[in-house]
Ligand binder design. Structure first.
Ligand code: SAH
Length: 213
């Protein structure tokens, strides 16, 4: 679990790449410059950790491309102390970014193997989510709602209603919507029953899967 000068140097370069691709939010760039992404991947991928690419993690899943993580984090407009829900914990990298931004994070993962692995791993790096949950993200997390923000890190074939319903007024849902490719979509809850929707181009995610049970 080392973070060497080499890693730090590569990470600084990655942050420059993210800037050149249009990421402007300084708090997001700062957060990502602190997180040792190489430790979130299997060791054989160490050298690839600071390329702007998605990579396989356990259970046929991927750690999202750094640009995608930065883009989604920027859209979420995280403020210190925000209560956030993440769907798709995966490697925990996005979770770590949200924690670095000062949020209280709840995160749901449906793959048991990943859930167990990441639940052990994140605290080792000092990243303490409010709760990591093994379960189905389509339902959101009613007992902790409402949230300032909800971020979905898998491709959703449609927008699950519970996620919209679990937003505070003024809250933001960032969700990639689509089957083969996904359109990055932002919903802002303006009033109880009024949502503003904005789209931000195509991305590619592993699918948000329906509950197995
Ligand atoms: N945020 C992660 C991205 C992981 S890929 C990271 O930074 O590494 C998306 C994750 O969503 C996978 O781990 C997958 O198992 C999970 N997932 C898919 N469908 C889900 C569902 N219905 N509920 C919760 N998690 C889900």
């Amino acid at each position: 679990m080392e973070d060497t000068f080499k890693h730090k140097g590569l990470r600084a370069k990655l942050i420059e790449t993210l800037k050149s691709k249009g990421i402007k939010d300084v708090s997001v760039l700062n957060a990502m410059s602190k997180i040792p992404r190489h430790l979130f991947m299997d060791s054989s991928f160490l050298d690839h950790a600071y390329q702007d690419k998605a990579f396989p993690i356990a259970a046929d899943q991927t750690i999202s491309q750094p640009y995608t993580v930065a883009f989604q984090s920027e859209l979420l407009q995280v403020k210190q102390g925000d209560k956030l829900l993440e769907i798709g914990t995966g490697s925990g990298y996005q979770t770590a970014v949200l924690l670095e931004l000062g949020a209280k994070v709840f995160s749901i993962e449906r793959q048991q193997e990943l859930f167990k692995k990441t639940s052990k791993f994140l605290p080792k790096l000092g990243y303490r989510a409010k709760r990591l949950i093994f379960g189905d993200g389509y339902k959101g997390l009613q007992e902790e709602a409402p949230f300032d923000g909800i971020i979905v890190t898998a491709g959703a074939p449609f927008v699950p209603k519970p996620l919209l319903e679990q937003l505070k007024i003024g809250g933001r849902l960032v969700i990639p919507v689509g089957e083969e490719t996904q359109v990055m979509t932002l919903y802002i809850r303006k009033e109880e029953k009024t949502f503003e929707k904005e789209t931000f181009g195509d991305f590619r995610f592993v699918p948000l899967l329906e509950d197995k049970s």
